[in-house]
Design a protein around this ligand. Sequence first.
Ligand code: ASP
Ligand code: MG
Length: 426
Amino acid sequence: MQEQKTILFKFGGASVKNAEAVRNMEHILNRQGEAPLLIVLSAMDKTTNALEELAYSYYLGKPDTPELFQKIKSFHVWIVKDLFEDQHSPYSGPVIQCLNELEEYLSKPSPGEKTPYDEVYDRIIPYGELLSTRIVSGYLEMKGFNHRWMDARDIIITGPPHRDATVNWDLTGKRIRERITPLIRENTPVLLPGFISGTVDGKPMTLGREGSDYTASILAYLLNANRCVVWKDVPGLLNADPKIWPHTEMIPRISYWEAIELSFYGAKVIHPKTIKPLQNKKIPLIIKSFLDPEGAGTIICEDTVQMNTPFYIFKFQQLLISISPRDYSFIAEDNLHVIFGILARHNVKANIMHNSALSFSICIDDDAKSGALLQDLSEGFIVRYNSGLDLITVRHYTQEVIQELTNNRKVFLEQRSRNTFQLVLQ
Ligand code: ASP
Ligand code: MG
């Protein structure tokens, strides 16, 4: 069956951060032995952050909205001019149209409280991916790379909530069979924006920040792809963030299971929802560098080989909260039930939990939500806390590694299982 041969390429924001990067992307597409049939692309560089700022400002009706829009526009026009030499080249037509569309939307007064912010957000944010794919599509066309551009808002069908849309697998599968499969049968590559989706009746939605990986995974799953390649600015998966930990190592191969564990603890491996669909159909995910396309990269697959390299995940600005019942009652189901209810209400995730007879401790990210959470917890419990802590998780730890990490530092909490060591320290 033709679908069995489908190869999917996903390019992140850094791989299209300027005109030079777009040219490099075209080289990769042309130079690969087997051409990809599906290409999923993120917004260029930090465009999504800039659009978030714009959406918020527009929603609140702030006067700097036009200026924020102009910045986004100039950035894209700068790339267009470099690639096509002329802003008015026929290849840039859809890009300019896209910018005009956004400008027109922003020229109308903000709906204010009549429409929830998240809905307005999902109306504006997709322009990052729409613009990047329109630019790349124009460039590929100019270079004679046969392909078809498609709007993912008509293909990936989702339901609520806005900003973290839920995939309707049946309807998405149907759209893919109707619109993408025929093109793949005739070997025409399809280029789509990642991260964005739409409701059945055509309202735009998004899949959550960094969601383009997930788009690639949804498409790979529904098309029974042969493999999915994610192009990044790192040679593959490293065992720590090189900005934090100096002696990093490349991991050539890991299992889906391990990849899910790592993203659970906060490693920025890949968008957390991405792995499951791929695992379910045993589709390998390959992480490669667009700066070194010949490099082997990392393969995430159904692997049973035991991993031995320690893997470090650092989280800073942690708040360790210890919660005790006022009446000296034990920490048991009833108290835990109340505590978890409060955490859920504040949408706070416990990064680590620990309980003793009379107190329950959690470590959380210390952000804008912490104050209100502490306040709420204090109403029913005695609450103590320490702020400014680090949470370090080590998978596949050794005694030497733990020694090195704890050297001269005050440890507030430690927890170990067979494979994972977690430390909260100052
Ligand atoms: N452009 C979106 C973001 O930056 C989606 C992605 O990059 O995957 O969050
Ligand atoms: Mg991005």
